[in-house]
Design a binder for this molecule. Structure first.
Ligand SMILES: O=C(O)CCC(=O)C(=O)O
Ligand SMILES: [Fe+2]
Length: 286
């Protein structure tokens, strides 16, 4: 019996329909989520910078397993706002913002960027091990599974057409609700989240997924990962180090918050903030 493909929704469709599909499978392909000019600008900047990055050089401090996880023939890099201003437009994407608000805001005062990373899977790269992105915060996951409140939401965004053969992200629909968190057979049946340019696979931190094998002899899978995490957890990447508050002064409040240049308030509108509030004027929370 083969698994049903992932649901696909148009970004222009009703938000509740997209959310229903997200909650049913643990992820949904949102077609046309990112406009072409943003995709083209990011891909142009990413292509240029990718020539300076060694495949397999990303290091998440995890030793041999970490090296395998990031892929020996995969190019990964972050700090995307230093490469193209189109990154800030992506952070303000209204559909992704609405989905992230719906999924994360019940569990936090606000959320911020977890990872914003170009992921170019190289020819011949095998499939990445299936995993759950929320395993970054495994103490929280282990203590609360299977009723784990959502703490992170991720999107894999196509910068070109991403087919199964090219290494589309694979996911195991329904695995966000499996009773046993320890069940994660590497041979588990998964389905590809194929993308057109600007389409996004938006998925829960609770769902099993991983990069697909690139079975082409000579093409790179050009996609971008953008994930958010609740403001009370430490992100995978240190985005506040990429830009100062002054450099982001002309950007939206959302962008400033997502990049860690705003206070974190666990109870918005009730008062009582954390972090920057103690050293910056209180109006930085607005
Ligand atoms: O490259 C992909 O398609 C997925 C990568 C991923 O899930 C990860 O690195 O956490
Ligand atoms: Fe992942």
């Amino acid at each position: 019996m083969s698994m049903a493909p992932l649901s696909r929704c148009r970004a222009s469709g009703p938000l509740p329909t997209i959310l229903d599909a997200y909650h049913a499978d643990g992820g949904v392909v949102v077609e046309g989520m990112v406009d072409r000019s943003t995709v083209d600008a990011i891909r142009t900047a990413a292509d240029r910078f990718s020539t300076t990055v060694q495949p397999g050089s990303a290091d998440q401090g995890l030793g041999a397993d970490g090296k395998t996880f990031v892929g020996a023939n995969t190019v990964r890099f972050s700090s995307l706002g230093t490469l193209s201003p189109a990154y800030f437009d992506l952070l303000d994407n209204p559909v992704y913002a609405a989905l992230a608000d719906a999924v994360l805001l019940p569990n936090c005062g606000s959320y911020w960027v977890n990872t914003a990373q170009v992921m170019y899977i190289g020819p011949g790269e095998p499939a990445q091990a299936l995993h759950r992105d929320a395993d970054n915060w495994f103490q929280h996951m282990a203590a609360t599974w299977p009723d784990t409140p959502e703490v992170t939401i991720s999107a894999m965004i196509g910068l070109e057409e991403v087919t199964e053969e090219l290494g589309a992200t694979r996911a195991v629909p329904g695995s966000h609700r499996w009773p046993d968190i320890k069940v994660s057979d590497p041979a588990q049946e998964s389905v590809p989240a194929e993308l057109g340019p600007g389409d996004a696979f938006v998925y829960s931190g609770r769902v099993l997924h991983g990069g697909g094998a690139n079975r082409t002899p000579d093409r790179w899978r050009r996609a971008l990962h953008l994930s958010f995490v609740v403001g009370w957890l430490t992100p995978e990447e240190a985005h506040p180090l990429d830009h100062t508050a002054d450099e982001l002064a002309g950007r939206s409040t959302r962008v400033q918050r997502l990049l860690g240049q705003r206070s974190y308030d666990p109870r918005p509108h009730q008062g009582g903030g954390l972090w920057l509030r103690h050293v910056r004027p209180i109006q930085d929370q607005a």
